[in-house]
Structure formats: C-alpha cells, structure tokens
Design a binder for this molecule. Sequence first.
Ligand code: AP5
Ligand code: MG
Length: 213
Amino acid sequence: MNLILLGAPGAGKGTQAAYLSAEFGIAHIASGDLFRKYAAQGTKLGLEAKSYMDKGQLVPNPITINMILERVADKDCAAGFLLDGFPRNIEQAEALDAALKKTGKIIDRVVYIKVSNDELLKRLSGRWICRDCQTPYHEVNNPPKTKGKCDKCSGELYQRDDDKPATIQNRLVEFNKQTEPLIEYYTKKGNLVEVNGTQTPEKVWLDIKAMVS
Ligand code: AP5
Ligand code: MG
C-alpha cells in the first residue's frame, strides 16, 4: 500500500504516520525529517534546505523531488510507503506521478488531515520532538512521562527552530498558497479521503484506519 499524508503544519502528519507505519509495516518517508537529518549532519543539501526551512519557506523543487524519488526507489519501499510532507505543490505531485508510472506503482490513498489555523498554532508552539526517533509530544495535549525525555527511546526532546510564531505564520501561508491546490488535484484523481484532525490522536487514527483498510 502506498499512501500520502496531506495536512497543514501541525495537523498531525508525523503523529498519524507512526500509527500507520506500525500497523501496515510500510516505510515512513518524511521530507522534513530527512532535511533536518541532513542539516544536523552538516551536508550541503541539509544546510541549503535549512536556510529555507528557518524562514518557513518551501525548499526548492529540484532538491526536494530528487531526494524523495531516490528514497522511494529504495528496497524497503517495495512493500509500500507512506509519504509525510511530500508532495507539497503541483510540480512535486506531477513529478511523483511520472516516476511511479514508470515503475507501475500507484498511490492508493491520499489522507488529508483537516485542522483549523487556531488549533495548528497551539499545537506547534507546544510541540517537543525526540532528537533520536522523531516522536512528537505536546506539553499540554500529549506530554512525555518524564519532562524532556522520549517515552519510547529515552532520547532528548527539543523544540524545532521553525516552531517560532513568525515562522509558523509563514509556513501556514505557504501551505495555503502552494499545498492546498493538491486537495483538488487528488480529489479529481478520486483517491483523496478527508479526516477531521481536531479529535484526539487515537480517534483520528481510528478514522484513518477505517478509510485506508
Ligand atoms: P515538515 O517537517 O514536513 O513540517 P510541517 O508540514 O510544517 O508539519 P509538522 O511536522 O510541523 O507537523 P505534523 O503535521 O507532522 O504534526 P505533528 O504530528 O508533529 O516540514 C518542515 C519544513 O521542511 C517546511 O516548512 C519546508 O521548509 C521543508 N519541506 C518539507 N517537505 C518539503 C517539500 N515537500 N517541499 C519543499 N519543502 C519541504 O503534530 C504537531 C503537534 O500537535 C505535536 O505536538 C503533537 O503531539 C500534537 N498533536 C498531533 N495530533 C494531535 C491531536 N489529534 N490532538 C492534539 N494534539 C495533537
Ligand atoms: Mg511532521
């Protein structure tokens, strides 16, 4: 099964991806996590990506498309993959379609997680993430058992550089301008399903599971 998780910054893509990849055993490919990994390693690609991410802008398409299409061709994606944060505009979606067509693969479902802007702001400003396994927490909605420590792997929790109020605003503007047109793009293709993301993470997961099974 090949899936796309579509949603605004803070909609819960990473949170739901953890449920989905555990349930279906498919590879979780998060474009933002890959960029942050390369930036932490200090690679040229990572540092270039970081210069855009810190401003809340999208990383240019050629860099992003190459990185994701290479990753989708890896062996562990043969049994299925879950794209989180990609595609983010029409050009990326068309590049993905063209690449999949060559290998005879299709996207089975595009899950759009819908959440209001007010809620997104609250979620992102209270988010803490594990530096090692990327599990997201929230200081009010979903706190870790021990402050500053990941429940799953005991890794250190940190706040993302782009979770500052002004940068969050820019990310939301980019989403509305560049990513929202994908809702119509995939609706026309007939594989988009919409889930109410303003419910508990467990309830959102049950709705998604029912839609993709
Ligand atoms: P990326 O890392 O993809 O970030 P994003 O899309 O802005 O989304 P987030 O990761 O912030 O949120 P999420 O939906 O994963 O929510 P989460 O589960 O963490 O991208 C970052 C940057 O990289 C971009 O701005 C861009 O610069 C670049 N980039 C990435 N992909 C690109 C591409 N394709 N093209 C170009 N550039 C690209 O949850 C958020 C918080 O809410 C957490 O605290 C969580 O605990 C909490 N929460 C989750 N679900 C619920 C719930 N149901 N109820 C209450 N709280 C909840
Ligand atoms: Mg995420």
